[in-house]
Design a protein around this ligand. Structure first.
Ligand code: C5P
Length: 272
Protein backbone atom coordinates (compact mmCIF):
# COMPACT_ATOMS: atom_id res chain seq x y z
CA UNK A 1 0.00 0.00 0.00
CA UNK A 2 1.44 3.40 -0.98
CA UNK A 3 0.77 6.92 0.31
CA UNK A 4 -2.36 8.67 -0.93
CA UNK A 5 -4.44 11.77 -0.58
CA UNK A 6 -8.15 11.29 0.16
CA UNK A 7 -10.96 13.85 0.00
CA UNK A 8 -13.64 13.67 2.70
CA UNK A 9 -16.57 15.74 1.43
CA UNK A 10 -19.20 17.44 3.57
CA UNK A 11 -22.37 15.34 3.91
CA UNK A 12 -25.66 17.19 3.66
CA UNK A 13 -29.06 15.81 4.62
CA UNK A 14 -31.36 17.59 2.16
CA UNK A 15 -34.22 15.89 4.03
CA UNK A 16 -34.21 14.02 7.33
CA UNK A 17 -37.42 12.35 8.43
CA UNK A 18 -37.45 10.53 11.77
CA UNK A 19 -39.77 7.55 11.24
CA UNK A 20 -39.42 5.66 14.53
CA UNK A 21 -37.09 4.42 17.23
CA UNK A 22 -35.47 1.00 17.71
CA UNK A 23 -35.47 -0.87 21.01
CA UNK A 24 -31.77 0.06 21.46
CA UNK A 25 -32.63 3.78 21.32
CA UNK A 26 -31.32 4.52 17.79
CA UNK A 27 -33.76 6.38 15.57
CA UNK A 28 -35.04 5.16 12.23
CA UNK A 29 -34.50 7.73 9.51
CA UNK A 30 -35.53 8.42 5.94
CA UNK A 31 -33.06 10.91 4.49
CA UNK A 32 -31.91 12.20 1.12
CA UNK A 33 -28.15 12.58 1.52
CA UNK A 34 -25.82 14.41 -0.86
CA UNK A 35 -22.14 15.37 -0.71
CA UNK A 36 -20.55 18.74 -1.43
CA UNK A 37 -17.45 19.63 -3.43
CA UNK A 38 -15.92 21.03 -0.24
CA UNK A 39 -14.53 18.96 2.61
CA UNK A 40 -11.60 17.78 4.70
CA UNK A 41 -8.40 16.39 3.17
CA UNK A 42 -6.34 13.49 4.42
CA UNK A 43 -2.83 12.36 3.58
CA UNK A 44 -2.28 8.71 4.49
CA UNK A 45 1.04 6.90 4.68
CA UNK A 46 1.59 3.34 5.93
CA UNK A 47 3.96 3.59 8.91
CA UNK A 48 5.42 1.49 11.72
CA UNK A 49 3.35 3.38 14.32
CA UNK A 50 0.00 5.19 14.24
CA UNK A 51 0.34 8.98 14.23
CA UNK A 52 -2.21 11.73 13.63
CA UNK A 53 -1.45 15.35 12.87
CA UNK A 54 -4.36 17.80 12.48
CA UNK A 55 -4.29 21.19 10.75
CA UNK A 56 -6.71 23.48 8.94
CA UNK A 57 -9.26 26.10 10.03
CA UNK A 58 -11.15 23.75 12.38
CA UNK A 59 -8.17 21.87 13.89
CA UNK A 60 -8.82 23.20 17.40
CA UNK A 61 -10.35 20.62 19.72
CA UNK A 62 -9.93 17.70 17.28
CA UNK A 63 -8.49 14.67 19.16
CA UNK A 64 -5.07 13.46 17.95
CA UNK A 65 -5.42 9.93 19.36
CA UNK A 66 -7.77 6.94 19.30
CA UNK A 67 -10.73 9.17 20.24
CA UNK A 68 -10.62 10.33 16.63
CA UNK A 69 -12.66 8.20 14.19
CA UNK A 70 -9.83 8.20 11.61
CA UNK A 71 -7.54 6.52 14.15
CA UNK A 72 -10.22 3.95 15.01
CA UNK A 73 -10.93 3.33 11.30
CA UNK A 74 -7.25 2.53 10.67
CA UNK A 75 -7.04 0.28 13.76
CA UNK A 76 -10.20 -1.64 12.84
CA UNK A 77 -8.77 -2.13 9.33
CA UNK A 78 -5.60 -3.61 10.84
CA UNK A 79 -3.46 -0.79 9.37
CA UNK A 80 -0.85 1.36 11.02
CA UNK A 81 -0.88 4.76 9.33
CA UNK A 82 0.62 8.19 9.59
CA UNK A 83 -2.33 10.49 8.94
CA UNK A 84 -2.36 14.21 8.27
CA UNK A 85 -5.90 15.57 8.52
CA UNK A 86 -6.75 19.02 7.17
CA UNK A 87 -9.94 19.96 9.00
CA UNK A 88 -11.76 22.38 6.71
CA UNK A 89 -15.24 21.46 7.97
CA UNK A 90 -16.67 22.52 11.33
CA UNK A 91 -17.17 19.54 13.69
CA UNK A 92 -20.28 18.66 15.67
CA UNK A 93 -22.00 20.49 12.84
CA UNK A 94 -24.41 18.05 11.14
CA UNK A 95 -22.35 17.76 7.97
CA UNK A 96 -20.61 14.50 8.80
CA UNK A 97 -17.02 15.74 9.08
CA UNK A 98 -15.84 12.95 11.39
CA UNK A 99 -17.87 10.28 9.56
CA UNK A 100 -16.58 11.37 6.15
CA UNK A 101 -12.99 11.39 7.45
CA UNK A 102 -13.43 7.85 8.81
CA UNK A 103 -14.99 6.67 5.53
CA UNK A 104 -12.01 8.12 3.62
CA UNK A 105 -9.62 6.03 5.76
CA UNK A 106 -11.74 2.90 5.19
CA UNK A 107 -11.67 3.56 1.41
CA UNK A 108 -7.88 3.86 1.55
CA UNK A 109 -7.58 0.66 3.60
CA UNK A 110 -10.09 -1.24 1.43
CA UNK A 111 -12.12 -2.10 4.56
CA UNK A 112 -15.67 -0.75 4.06
CA UNK A 113 -17.13 -3.52 6.24
CA UNK A 114 -16.05 -1.62 9.38
CA UNK A 115 -18.18 1.45 8.57
CA UNK A 116 -21.30 0.59 10.65
CA UNK A 117 -19.29 0.01 13.82
CA UNK A 118 -17.74 3.49 13.55
CA UNK A 119 -21.06 5.34 13.47
CA UNK A 120 -24.51 5.40 11.88
CA UNK A 121 -23.42 8.03 9.30
CA UNK A 122 -20.20 6.33 8.18
CA UNK A 123 -21.70 3.81 5.68
CA UNK A 124 -23.35 6.54 3.58
CA UNK A 125 -20.02 8.42 3.41
CA UNK A 126 -18.19 5.46 1.81
CA UNK A 127 -19.55 6.41 -1.61
CA UNK A 128 -20.03 10.20 -1.67
CA UNK A 129 -22.87 10.37 -4.19
CA UNK A 130 -26.59 11.20 -3.71
CA UNK A 131 -28.28 8.40 -1.76
CA UNK A 132 -31.50 7.67 0.08
CA UNK A 133 -30.56 6.54 3.58
CA UNK A 134 -32.98 4.52 5.72
CA UNK A 135 -32.87 2.33 8.82
CA UNK A 136 -30.35 3.96 11.14
CA UNK A 137 -28.09 4.59 8.16
CA UNK A 138 -27.39 1.09 6.85
CA UNK A 139 -30.06 0.90 4.11
CA UNK A 140 -28.67 2.84 1.16
CA UNK A 141 -29.90 3.35 -2.40
CA UNK A 142 -28.40 5.63 -5.08
CA UNK A 143 -30.60 8.52 -6.23
CA UNK A 144 -30.23 10.74 -9.33
CA UNK A 145 -30.44 14.38 -8.27
CA UNK A 146 -30.29 17.36 -10.68
CA UNK A 147 -27.26 19.69 -10.29
CA UNK A 148 -27.82 22.00 -7.31
CA UNK A 149 -26.12 25.04 -5.83
CA UNK A 150 -25.96 25.18 -2.07
CA UNK A 151 -24.88 27.66 0.51
CA UNK A 152 -23.77 26.10 3.82
CA UNK A 153 -23.91 28.28 6.93
CA UNK A 154 -22.75 27.37 10.42
CA UNK A 155 -23.05 29.85 13.30
CA UNK A 156 -20.21 28.33 15.35
CA UNK A 157 -22.14 26.31 17.92
CA UNK A 158 -21.13 22.70 18.48
CA UNK A 159 -24.31 20.62 18.83
CA UNK A 160 -23.87 16.99 20.04
CA UNK A 161 -26.08 14.61 18.03
CA UNK A 162 -27.34 12.54 21.03
CA UNK A 163 -28.65 15.69 22.74
CA UNK A 164 -30.68 16.69 19.71
CA UNK A 165 -32.25 13.22 19.39
CA UNK A 166 -32.98 13.27 23.15
CA UNK A 167 -34.77 16.63 22.82
CA UNK A 168 -37.21 15.32 20.17
CA UNK A 169 -40.84 15.82 21.14
CA UNK A 170 -42.12 13.33 18.58
CA UNK A 171 -40.22 10.26 17.38
CA UNK A 172 -42.46 8.92 14.65
CA UNK A 173 -43.14 10.93 11.51
CA UNK A 174 -44.06 9.96 7.95
CA UNK A 175 -41.17 9.02 5.65
CA UNK A 176 -40.57 10.50 2.19
CA UNK A 177 -42.72 7.94 0.37
CA UNK A 178 -41.71 6.78 -3.13
CA UNK A 179 -39.21 9.23 -4.61
CA UNK A 180 -40.44 10.82 -7.85
CA UNK A 181 -38.21 11.43 -10.90
CA UNK A 182 -37.13 15.05 -11.13
CA UNK A 183 -36.80 16.08 -14.78
CA UNK A 184 -35.56 19.56 -13.84
CA UNK A 185 -33.95 21.44 -10.98
CA UNK A 186 -37.18 23.45 -10.58
CA UNK A 187 -39.23 20.29 -9.99
CA UNK A 188 -36.63 18.95 -7.60
CA UNK A 189 -36.67 22.23 -5.66
CA UNK A 190 -40.49 22.22 -5.43
CA UNK A 191 -40.46 18.61 -4.15
CA UNK A 192 -37.68 19.35 -1.66
CA UNK A 193 -39.48 22.41 -0.28
CA UNK A 194 -42.33 20.13 0.80
CA UNK A 195 -39.99 17.82 2.80
CA UNK A 196 -38.55 18.35 6.30
CA UNK A 197 -35.76 17.87 8.78
CA UNK A 198 -37.57 16.46 11.83
CA UNK A 199 -34.60 17.36 14.07
CA UNK A 200 -34.82 21.06 13.24
CA UNK A 201 -37.24 22.23 15.94
CA UNK A 202 -35.43 20.29 18.71
CA UNK A 203 -32.07 21.69 17.55
CA UNK A 204 -33.50 25.24 17.40
CA UNK A 205 -34.68 24.91 21.01
CA UNK A 206 -31.18 23.82 22.10
CA UNK A 207 -29.42 26.44 19.95
CA UNK A 208 -31.78 29.30 19.05
CA UNK A 209 -29.12 30.81 16.76
CA UNK A 210 -30.14 28.13 14.21
CA UNK A 211 -33.38 30.08 13.75
CA UNK A 212 -31.26 33.15 12.91
CA UNK A 213 -29.28 31.10 10.34
CA UNK A 214 -32.50 29.94 8.67
CA UNK A 215 -33.77 33.53 8.64
CA UNK A 216 -30.56 34.65 6.88
CA UNK A 217 -31.16 31.94 4.25
CA UNK A 218 -34.77 33.06 3.87
CA UNK A 219 -34.25 34.20 0.25
CA UNK A 220 -33.50 30.62 -0.87
CA UNK A 221 -36.36 28.48 -2.27
CA UNK A 222 -35.34 25.81 0.28
CA UNK A 223 -33.57 26.60 3.58
CA UNK A 224 -33.15 23.76 6.06
CA UNK A 225 -30.87 22.34 8.73
CA UNK A 226 -28.58 19.41 7.86
CA UNK A 227 -28.33 16.36 10.14
CA UNK A 228 -28.58 17.30 13.81
CA UNK A 229 -27.27 20.83 13.08
CA UNK A 230 -26.21 23.43 13.55
CA UNK A 231 -25.19 23.80 9.87
CA UNK A 232 -28.04 24.83 7.56
CA UNK A 233 -28.16 24.93 3.78
CA UNK A 234 -29.89 27.17 1.30
CA UNK A 235 -30.61 25.73 -2.15
CA UNK A 236 -30.20 28.28 -4.96
CA UNK A 237 -31.07 28.28 -8.66
CA UNK A 238 -27.52 29.05 -9.73
CA UNK A 239 -24.02 29.60 -8.37
CA UNK A 240 -24.25 33.41 -8.72
CA UNK A 241 -27.29 33.58 -6.42
CA UNK A 242 -25.56 31.32 -3.87
CA UNK A 243 -22.41 33.50 -3.99
CA UNK A 244 -24.44 36.72 -3.63
CA UNK A 245 -26.19 35.29 -0.54
CA UNK A 246 -22.78 34.22 0.81
CA UNK A 247 -21.44 37.80 0.49
CA UNK A 248 -24.51 39.26 2.17
CA UNK A 249 -24.48 36.79 5.10
CA UNK A 250 -20.69 37.03 5.62
CA UNK A 251 -20.99 40.83 5.81
CA UNK A 252 -23.86 40.62 8.31
CA UNK A 253 -22.36 37.79 10.40
CA UNK A 254 -18.55 37.90 10.12
CA UNK A 255 -18.04 35.11 12.71
CA UNK A 256 -20.15 32.52 10.86
CA UNK A 257 -18.79 29.86 8.49
CA UNK A 258 -20.39 30.60 5.11
CA UNK A 259 -19.48 28.34 2.22
CA UNK A 260 -21.04 28.01 -1.28
CA UNK A 261 -20.88 24.44 -2.62
CA UNK A 262 -22.05 22.27 -5.49
CA UNK A 263 -23.37 18.71 -5.10
CA UNK A 264 -21.06 15.87 -6.15
CA UNK A 265 -22.76 13.76 -8.77
CA UNK A 266 -19.81 11.91 -10.29
CA UNK A 267 -16.18 11.24 -9.52
CA UNK A 268 -14.60 12.87 -6.47
CA UNK A 269 -12.68 16.10 -7.22
CA UNK A 270 -9.07 15.31 -8.18
CA UNK A 271 -6.63 15.35 -5.29
CA UNK A 272 -4.14 18.20 -5.10
O1 C5P B 1 -23.81 6.25 15.51
P1 C5P B 1 -23.30 7.52 16.09
O2 C5P B 1 -22.23 7.29 17.13
O3 C5P B 1 -22.88 8.52 15.08
O4 C5P B 1 -24.54 8.19 16.83
C1 C5P B 1 -24.38 9.11 17.87
C2 C5P B 1 -25.66 9.16 18.70
O5 C5P B 1 -26.70 9.80 17.97
C3 C5P B 1 -26.23 7.81 19.11
O6 C5P B 1 -25.66 7.35 20.29
C4 C5P B 1 -27.70 8.13 19.29
O7 C5P B 1 -27.91 8.77 20.54
C5 C5P B 1 -27.95 9.18 18.22
N1 C5P B 1 -28.47 8.60 16.96
C6 C5P B 1 -29.77 8.12 16.92
N2 C5P B 1 -30.25 7.59 15.76
C7 C5P B 1 -29.49 7.56 14.64
C8 C5P B 1 -28.17 8.06 14.66
C9 C5P B 1 -27.68 8.57 15.84
O8 C5P B 1 -30.49 8.15 17.93
N3 C5P B 1 -30.00 7.06 13.52
Amino acid sequence: MTAAEEFAPAKINLTLHVTGQRADGYHLLDSLVVFADIGDRLWLIPAAQMALDVGGRFADGVPRDNRNLVWRAAELSGQSLRIRLEKNLPHGAGIGGGSSDAAAVLRFCGAPEHAPSLGADVPVCLSPLPQRMQGIGEELAPVAVPPCHLLLVNPGVDLPTPEVFKALEQREHAGMGPLPRWPSAAEFTAWLAAQRNDLESAACRLAPVIGAVLAQLGDAPVARMSGSGATCFGLYENADLARAAARRISAAKPGWWVQPAAILSGALPAAG
